[in-house]
Design a protein around this ligand. Structure first.
Ligand code: SF4
Length: 266
């Protein structure tokens, strides 16, 4: 079903994204102008959306306090959409949302994913490492594309998340994503950025606690400028990868899982 037809059938006259839809054409034109003949500087975007009380977010916030950059509040839904739209306009084709202990405040999660898939044609991964979602929490996921959505869950949570398979979604159980391919450094962040719960950008989700990998706030800088700035880190050294352990949730790696599961199914 085409995008406009699908939106009409899902939301009728109360389409909450009419404003975003009206500026979408402009964003696509901007993306074309940014790098003619190129998909742009961002291929993957990783939203690390831990809830209140998450230890890694608290650590990251403490590091940011020293740098005095703003905002420190949770983002509003429109701000989340602005980040998504800009990354899609710069070429992002896949996103992963890592959800922590809580529910990301300010984010209408399923509407957000639906917008990414319907308006931008992005593939969406829902990554769960700390707790399973309930059937009630996932009821809103029913609007999402079964071809573009995949749930990536820690193997300890996979039994509790089996119900999403009954909903028609793919479920991938993760048992420690090894990062042997990062020798001597991981260059995947050259086409990826990670966004924290308050809009701060990071080289990668596993270095959110390290101040040198805080690339600034999305609302302070142009994302294109961040991604093409050679003066800020777009790689993660091997020793940090090793000491920080898991790369579960990493969008390029999750996209590979997604493609592999596509191949296995065909
Ligand atoms: S999560 Fe691991 S594999 Fe992915 S970009 Fe970061 S260091 Fe590289």
């Amino acid at each position: 079903m085409g995008t406009s037809k699908r939106w009409g059938s899902v939301y009728g006259k109360d389409n909450p994204f009419s404003l975003q839809q009206s500026v979408l054409q402009g964003l696509r034109a901007c993306a074309k102008a940014h790098k003619p003949g190129d998909n742009g500087p961002v291929k993957f975007i990783w939203f690390c959306l831990c809830g209140e009380g998450c230890a890694c977010c608290a650590d990251a916030a403490r590091q940011r306090d020293a740098s005095n950059s703003a905002p420190k509040r949770p983002l509003a839904f429109e701000e989340w959409l602005a980040i998504l739209d800009e990354s899609a306009g710069l070429g992002a084709t896949a996103a992963v949302l890592s959800i922590g202990d809580g529910w990301p405040s300010g984010l209408k999660l399923w509407e957000f994913c639906d917008w990414a898939e319907s308006a931008h044609g992005m593939s969406m991964g829902i990554h769960l490492a700390k707790r399973a979602l309930t059937e009630h929490e996932c009821a809103g996921a029913d609007v999402l594309s079964r071809c573009k959505t995949c749930f990536f869950v820690d193997e300890g949570l996979s039994d509790a998340m089996r119900f999403v398979e009954e909903m028609g979604f793919r479920l991938v159980s993760l048992s420690y994503e090894k990062n042997a391919h990062v020798t001597p450094e991981c260059t995947l962040p050259q086409a990826m950025t990670c966004v924290g719960s308050d809009g701060h950008l990071y080289t990668c989700g596993i270095v959110m606690q390290e101040p040198q990998y805080n690339l600034g706030n999305f609302f302070d800088k142009k994302l294109a400028a961040v991604m093409t700035d050679p003066g800020i880190p777009h790689t993660v050294p091997e020793d940090i990868c090793k000491t920080h352990g898991k790369c579960d949730g990493c969008p390029p790696l999750m996209t590979k899982h997604f493609e592999d599961s596509d191949e296995a199914a065909s």
